[in-house]
Design a protein around this ligand. Structure first.
Ligand code: ZN
Length: 100
């Protein structure tokens, strides 16, 4: 049993869903809310998430311009809303969309 580094209370194991059916196990302190997640656990979960996120999207015509239709699960996960602004960031392997 692990004890909380902040308040020395016994910690309990919790599993939380980071989305797309990917779960992360971590230790949680009920008393002060301190959370410990092993680096490797988090990395594995994030890698899994990235794989799941690799979705093909279609470029669609919007008025006289072009747009991209996001899959519903992406809309839900990132709480995307119509009219919201996103940033386009050039990356070495493509373009990154950053939700503000
Ligand atoms: Zn604590």
């Amino acid at each position: 049993m692990k004890t909380c580094p902040q308040c020395k209370t016994e910690m309990e194991k919790v599993v939380f869903d980071v989305g797309y059916g990917v779960n992360v196990e971590s230790m949680h302190c009920k008393k002060c809310g301190f959370n410990i997640t092993e680096k490797d656990t988090l990395k594995t979960a994030l890698d899994g998430l990235r794989q799941q996120m690799r979705k093909e999207v279609k470029i669609v015509q919007i008025g006289t311009g072009l747009g991209v239709r996001f899959p519903n699960e992406v809309v839900k996960s990132y709480h995307l809303k119509k009219g919201e602004e996103m940033f386009l960031k050039p990356e070495s392997d493509g373009i990154k969309l950053v939700v503000s």
